[in-house]
Design a protein around this ligand. Structure first.
Ligand code: FEO
Ligand code: CA
Ligand code: CA
Ligand code: CA
Length: 573
């Protein structure tokens, strides 16, 4: 055993009991405060937030966005620049009351488009704790109409050309920005997840068979109906009966330079098109860039990108997410696995088709269907990585029409998986660039109180004190502790009794011990985690609170980032 494993515990806190109320809790010796909420100004000319109605469309691109998710902090010349995803809207709260969450005008659509995407903002710690530096030259809102450059094998392909962009190399907006990542050269990666939900049809859709198959596999609805957001009722770009190629321009990893507010974000099609959760980066011993990525859908896959070129600090990075090889994961039952290259030879598809219809390419090489891959985290203190497989309620039912059989398999062993698990892999040769690996399950969440010793009771590191379900967000700090965030059932009854509200726990990779650290308000998901440069503050995202958090009765529920510190101001990561 290692010195680490001999310690009784690596945690500097006592386990927090479950909570069921409408606010955030942290253990004794820690405190939390709100950094920023949906609607807070990034610029002094932003409209004032109204506790009952939110804010008007005019100026809604000058405020912090809705439904905070993945985030990363960058130190730019000594200034703390926080870059944060705003995943999706809560139209019933964001749009005027009485509309049942449906846009009634093009103006309403613009409001929704403005409050999603990415917020870039300088933050600083002063006498009132951490605050946004309003009007900082670094502050920026990137939303559903921000110009983007497209690179990689799909750039300029016919499937990416639209009436508005006959080149297929420039798109407007980044969509459903879920998890995050960061490159070794200090840029931000935002990951487009459920982009399909923004498209719809106002008339019968007719397109090539491959395009229609793509709509099915990616969940783009071709029925004539308003759908969840009804952009297409007011903005032709989202009407696939008129613009069937527009959905091919979303579903990518997008790179943003936080140090340069005038830079154009780049969509990297070489890293594949699917429902991207996050992007966890590593370098091989020789310096190639590795990006691990999950496709969050029942029965979809895990992926890895390896660059052709070597990263040289200060050198040209423009090829590192353009030229290289994309792989999909295959897990064997004997606890080994391999990354299978998605090449034209292996798939019978062109490089551009692999980049656009990546799910089909991975099906062709026999990748392993997973229980919804959410965040992947690379351990900075060991050559290993982890992926949250959040849950799967549809075992045996095809993921989407055209998807693969999703019978139980090695890392997805439970038939009705309402709790989730975390898979860990160690690349052979201590090299993230290698095509083979060993894997195990770090934890299977479960409920031993309800299900005893059965598989639904969870693995040995689950006990009555640390119950949770649906692991989703995940980061590993500089000391090697795994921080696990949940997006699950918070009813606290039946199969979920004793689990309380969604939460954040810390895990010790060596002993497997897991301990609850933070709980979110009822109805919320805890997602997004990063640290101040001095590691004395941890920033945690609270998405879609079901209570009027954080402002209390009389105010709307507002997704928010909280700053968590120790009372003695010691490091927290
Ligand atoms: Fe946006 Fe899969 O979470
Ligand atoms: Ca997630
Ligand atoms: Ca989730
Ligand atoms: Ca979410």
């Amino acid at each position: 055993t290692t010195a680490l494993a001999q310690q009784t515990s690596r945690f500097a806190f006592d386990q927090l009991p479950i909570q069921t109320d409408g606010t955030v809790h942290v253990p004794a010796g820690y405190k939390w405060d709100v950094l920023v909420r949906w609607g807070d100004p990034l610029f002094s000319d932003a409209p004032e937030f109204n506790a009952e109605t939110g804010h008007p469309t005019e100026g809604s691109d000058r405020i912090f966005g809705e439904n905070t998710d993945g985030m990363e902090l960058f130190n730019v010349g000594g200034r703390e620049i926080l870059v944060v995803n705003s995943e999706y809207p809560n139209p019933k709260i964001n749009l005027p009351a009485g509309q049942e969450g449906q846009p009634a005008s093009a103006d309403d659509v613009v409001l929704l488009q403005n409050i999603q995407g990415v917020s870039v903002m300088e933050i600083a710690e002063g006498e009132n704790g951490w605050e946004v530096v309003v009007d900082s030259p670094y502050n920026r809102r990137i939303h559903h109409r921000t110009p983007m450059k497209i690179d990689g094998p799909a750039a300029g392909h016919d499937l990416l050309k639209t009436a508005a962009d006959s080149t297929g190399t420039e798109s407007l907006g980044t969509f459903n920005n879920c998890g995050s990542g960061r490159t070794p050269w200090g840029t931000y990666l935002t990951c487009e997840e459920n982009f399909n939900g923004y498209f719809g049809a106002t008339a019968e859709v007719s397109a090539d068979e491959a395009v229609m198959d793509g709509f099915k596999r990616y969940g783009v609805k071709t029925d004539v109906e308003p759908g969840r957001y009804n952009y297409h009722g007011f903005d032709e770009r989202f009407d696939i009966s008129k613009n069937p190629n527009e959905p091919h321009r979303a579903g990518y990893i997008v790179e943003i330079d936080p140090a340069n507010p005038d830079s154009t974000p780049v969509k990297h099609t070489a890293l594949g098109r699917f429902k991207h959760e996050n992007a966890a980066t590593a370098l091989t011993p020789e310096g190639r860039l590795v990006v691990y990525m999950g496709d969050d859908e029942r029965g979809e896959f895990m992926y890895k990108w390896v660059s052709r070129d070597i990263y040289v600090p200060g050198g040209d990075t423009s090829t590192l997410m353009r030229d290289g090889q994309l792989f999909a994961a295959r897990f064997n039952d004997d606890l080994t696995g391999s990354w299978v290259a998605l090449t034209p030879t292996a798939t019978g598809m062109s490089e551009a088709e692999i980049a656009i219809f990546t799910r089909m390419a991975a099906s062709k090489v026999g990748a392993t269907t997973m229980d919804r891959p959410e965040w992947i985290a690379v351990n900075p203190t060991a050559v290993e990585a982890y992926c949250c497989l959040t849950n799967n309620k549809n075992r045996g039912v095809k993921a989407n029409a055209g998807g693969d059989d999703t019978s139980v398999n090695g890392p997805n062993p439970r038939e009705a998986n309402n709790y989730g698990q975390i898979v860990r892999w160690r690349p052979h040769g201590d090299d993230h660039g290698k095509a083979t690996f060993d894997w195990d399950l770090y934890v299977m969440a479960g409920n031993p109180t309800v299900h005893g010793d059965s598989a639904y009771g969870g693995s040995a590191n689950i006990n009555e004190g640390n119950l949770f379900n649906s692991p989703d967000g995940m980061q590993i700090d500089t000391t090697g502790l795994i921080w696990i965030q949940t997006d699950g059932n918070d009813k606290n009854e039946g199969d979920f009794a004793g689990m309380g509200n969604n939460q954040m726990l810390a895990g010790d990779p060596a002993t497997g011990e897991i301990r609850r650290f933070l709980t979110g308000p009822k109805g919320s998901e805890v997602t997004g985690l990063t640290w101040s440069s001095d590691k004395r503050t941890m920033f945690v995202g609270i998405q879609h609170p079901g209570k009027p958090f954080p402002d209390g009765e009389g105010s709307l529920p507002r997704s928010a980032i909280v700053a968590v510190k120790r009372d003695d101001n010691a490091k927290v990561g």
